[in-house]
Design a protein around this ligand. Structure first.
Ligand code: NAG
Ligand code: NAG
Ligand code: NAG
Ligand code: NAG
Ligand code: NAG
Ligand code: NAG
Ligand code: NAG
Ligand code: NAG
Ligand code: NAG
Ligand code: NAG
Ligand code: NAG
Ligand code: NAG
Length: 749
């Protein structure tokens, strides 16, 4: 009681406005009322002055007093309910925190320690928030209400040896705690010692007991020591609007304490009711302004994207195009980017496809146009027309596409080059069926003459089907320069094979003779057997290809001419190769079959002599034909025969062929034999030889005599005119050659 008495000494002094005015606290108070006292904020229904508290017989009146300490002169502003200091006021939960006294009893001070009582007539002591605590080493205490309807207590003991730090919690050693019933409004604490502190008086001669807010006292040795100067502990009281239940209160709307957007609740202990703001509202439910809507969208909410505040609640939504309900804890907002990006990608894909298709289409069209242009420039139309006219042959001539030939030649790779001819480059190609072909690519920038040559070759070859004529499989006209696709002949040209410099293992005479016969047969066929006579115009050893069996294949028909049947001679620009060129044709420009005979004669000479048809460095005669003719005339034939084939066995054959060659290279075309005669004669020679092998040496000799006689007879028939003219012919030939050379040099080649 003595400790409490100091609280009665109060001075009504002006309450200084020292405390920081909190807007929140102000909003909790009636307008114009003091909303704080000291540092305690005072929410309505409490108040410190008239009209500021709820009119309930001073039930909610609190006395705000400023006391000036007599010793130090310091002013302290404190809030009181009667003589109990109020430390804090809370609306929800409805609680007052007040200052409670500590009962203390020490050895030798006062035997009578009972009577420390407190009374809160308008409030009940919260039995959930407070505990009855006894501290001491030889102490027991009990608490009862003033009415004596309940009593509870506990015993605390310890010795000098007790280590409180280890004991820690308030568990009966130095400290004990107990709870008490609800709805009590007052208490009377009695504090006693069992043994008059006899054993502990030297180290802890006091005992303490108090009702205090849970957690405001944590027992420790230090707390035990500090307790000696501690007089107060916070105590939590429950308050309520008195005397009525919610139902009763709501009947009188004027007196009803809970204002708009609030609900009425009843406390567990005691009678009365209190008010709380409904969910989604905050504020003071006892004020007329009441509970205000909480704008949840400004604070924490469950919206993942868009928040709409409504009265007492809020809703979530998602931006346009998003999926989901917008609540974080539910489906949230599904980013539409997946769909949108998918849509966009699909769009882009479609656009890209369209554009690229268009571009590709354009490119393809352009390419097609280019190919068509090439086709026309390359005489494709003319060729097709020609081929159409020659029904039946068209099947043999295939029109290849550029792509097919690119694949076949590995894109015209260098490694595939077989050789460079006068008219272009020849590549080795492999068709999809693994067959080999030779692909001739004309020189780039093919002028009209080359195109003509090319068309010519196609048309000529398309007419021809002879085992000793190289086959034309087809052509390609889509490229800048036309391409021809031939049968692949793998063993080089005759020219190369008889060149003494290039070949150690030269062709045997038998092979040479067979090649001559085959070539002659082919040319003869061209001249007579083909549907329209063809003059090759460029017979030479370089145009005679050899396959792996050394079978001859006449090729390169670029210069060839088709001779309509009713015309024996055709006037053309002179074309051919130096050394093989028919002197008569060179002079007159009149082309006929005998020009090929002359050229073939020169090939025969090559086979016989192994010499080149024209050599500037040859001492005796640059032109092989002239040289050979003069050699024969001088009777030194054997000296010009190729040493590699000169064999006693063959002398007669060599002579026969030499005579034949001599006839072929006569200056006057009329006096030359036809190709058919030449071919027959050569084949006859071969047959004779074969025969002789069968019959033996003697027989062969006989026949040879016979054949020689025949040959002599047949040759001598043509000699009459020729012999007298040999020198003249020779000179004429020489003249022609000189003219041809001059012509060619002037031409810039
Ligand atoms: C407030 O307390 C002071 C001091 O105890 C006292 O003088 C005053 O009358 C009280 N005021 C009211 C309205 O009770
Ligand atoms: C507010 O407190 C001051 C000082 O304590 C007092 O003078 C004044 O009257 C109070 N005002 C109201 C409205 O209670
Ligand atoms: C008020 O101030 C005192 C000291 O000035 C302090 O002990 C107390 O806890 C404060 N109360 C509140 C509610 O802030
Ligand atoms: C309790 O309320 C009554 C009015 O009902 C009031 O007269 C009395 O002063 C109040 N007591 C305390 C301690 O506040
Ligand atoms: C006073 O009560 C309010 C509301 O319950 C609370 O937030 C605050 O911490 C309390 N202050 C003290 C010092 O107990
Ligand atoms: C408190 O209890 C003691 C005895 O335990 C008694 O003597 C005293 O009168 C009581 N005080 C009050 C106010 O009832
Ligand atoms: C004492 O208790 C009785 C019955 O329990 C009750 O009627 C009476 O009001 C109480 N008196 C006080 C002062 O608490
Ligand atoms: C306790 O001891 C003191 C001092 O020795 C003595 O005055 C007092 O009577 C004793 N009290 C009891 C109950 O023995
Ligand atoms: C208690 O207060 C007294 C005087 O105010 C002081 O001398 C003493 O040291 C204090 N004790 C503790 C444990 O704070
Ligand atoms: C509440 O009821 C008690 C007794 O029933 C009475 O004394 C008191 O004045 C009432 N308080 C109010 C505010 O009506
Ligand atoms: C809140 O109060 C206002 C005003 O009385 C009322 O219009 C509104 O419906 C109330 N809201 C709720 C959720 O009760
Ligand atoms: C708000 O509304 C939702 C349903 O829309 C409901 O689940 C929730 O409890 C409400 N919250 C409040 C505070 O009314």
């Amino acid at each position: 009681m003595g400790l409490l008495s100091s609280l009665h000494f109060k001075l009504a002094v002006l309450v200084t406005t020292t405390a920081a005015a909190l807007a929140a606290a102000e909003a909790q108070t009636k307008p114009g009322c003091n909303y704080t006292c000291g540092n305690v904020s005072i929410p309505y229904p409490f108040g410190t002055s008239e009209n500021c508290y709820r009119d309930e017989d001073l039930y909610f009146f609190l006395n705000c007093t400023t006391t000036i300490s007599p010793s130090s002169g310091e002013a302290t502003t404190q809030l009181f309910s009667e003589d109990v200091q109020v430390l804090n006021i809370s609306l929800d939960p409805p609680e007052l925190t007040v200052s409670g006294d500590v009962s203390k009893h020490c050895y030798g001070f006062n035997d009578d320690v009972s009577g420390n009582w407190m009374m809160f007539p308008n409030y009940s002591i919260s039995n959930t928030k407070n505990r009855f605590t006894v501290v001491g080493c030889d102490t027991y205490a009990f608490v009862e209400d003033l009415n004596g309807t309940f009593t509870t207590g506990c015993v605390s003991s310890c010795s000098k040896e007790t280590r409180f730090e280890e004991a820690g919690a308030c568990s009966g050693v130095g400290c004990c705690q107990t709870s008490f019933p609800e709805t009590i409004r007052d208490y009377n604490i009695t504090l006693l010692s069992f043994k008059n502190y006899t054993k502990v008086r030297d180290f802890n001669p006091c005992g303490y007991a108090f009702i205090a807010k849970k957690g405001s006292f944590n027992f420790s040795k230090r707390e035990l020591r500090d307790l000696s100067n501690r007089t107060e502990f916070p105590v939590v009281l429950d308050w309520a609007v008195p005397n009525q239940t919610c139902r009763e209160a709501q009947k009188d709307a004027r007196r009803y304490a809970c204002k708009q957007n609030s609900t009425c609740k009843e406390p567990r202990s005691g009678i009365g009711y209190y008010c709380v703001c409904e969910d989604g509202f905050k504020g003071n439910p006892y004020l007329d302004t009441g509970c205000k809507d909480i704008n949840e969208c400004d604070g924490d909410n469950r919206c993942s994207r868009i928040c709409h505040n409504v009265d007492g609640n809020y809703t979530c939504s998602c931006p346009w195009g998003y999926g989901g309900d917008g609540y974080k804890d539910r489906s949230g907002c599904k980013s539409p980017f997946k769909e949108i990006s998918l849509g966009i990608s699909v769009c882009f894909l479609v656009i890209f496809t369209l554009v690229s298709t268009l571009c590709w289409g354009n490119k393809q069209r352009a390419l097609k146009q280019l190919k068509r242009q090439y086709f026309e420039r390359n005489g494709g139309n003319y060729l097709l027309q020609l081929l159409h006219q020659q029904q039946g042959y068209i099947d043999r001539t295939k029109i290849f596409t550029e792509d097919e030939l690119k694949i076949a030649t590995n894109n015209f790779h260098e490694s595939r080059i077989l050789g460079h001819g006068g008219q272009g480059t020849v590549y080795k190609g492999i068709l999809p069926d693994n067959s080999f072909v030779a692909i001739k690519k004309s020189r780039v920038g093919g002028d009209s003459r080359q195109v003509k040559d090319f068309i010519n070759e196609v048309t000529v070859l398309s007419q021809v089907n002879h085992r000793n004529v190289v086959k034309l499989f087809g052509c390609c006209l889509e490229t800048e320069v036309p391409l021809l696709v031939y049968e692949f002949v793998d063993n080089g040209t005759l020219f190369d094979r008889i060149d003494p410099l290039k070949n150690e293992h030269s062709l045997s005479w038998e092979t040479r003779l067979r090649i001559a016969a085959e070539t002659a047969g082919a040319i003869s066929y061209l001249h007579s057997s083909a549907s329209i006579p063809i003059i090759h115009r460029d017979i030479k050893s370089a145009n005679i290809l050899l396959d792996h069996n050394h079978m001859a294949k006449v090729s390169d028909f670029g210069a060839s001419r088709l001779i309509p049947l009713d015309e024996a001679q055709v006037s053309t620009v002179v074309q051919g190769t130096l050394g093989y060129l028919d002197p008569e044709y060179l002079l007159t420009g009149q082309l006929n079959e005998k020009s090929d005979v002359y050229s073939f004669g020169v090939v025969l000479l090559e086979l016989l002599t192994g010499k080149k048809p024209y050599e500037f460095l040859r001492l005796e005669q640059k032109n092989l034909a002239t040289y050979f003719a003069s050699s024969m005339k001088e009777g030194s034939l054997l000296e010009v025969i190729d040493k590699r084939v000169l064999n006693q066995k063959y002398v007669e054959q060599l002579q026969e062929v030499a005579f034949l060659a001599r006839r072929c290279i006569r200056v006057h075309g009329e006096k030359r034999p036809t190709m058919k005669e030449v071919a027959t004669e050569l084949e006859g020679l071969i047959a004779m030889k074969r025969h002789s092998w069968v019959k033996g040496e003697d027989m062969m000799f006989e026949e040879r005599e016979c054949l020689l006689g025949h040959a002599a007879a047949s040759t001598s028939a043509g000699y009459d005119g020729a012999y007298g003219n040999v020198s003249a012919n020779t000179f004429a030939t020489y003249d022609c050659i000189q003219k041809q050379m001059a012509f060619e040099i002037a031409d810039g080649r």
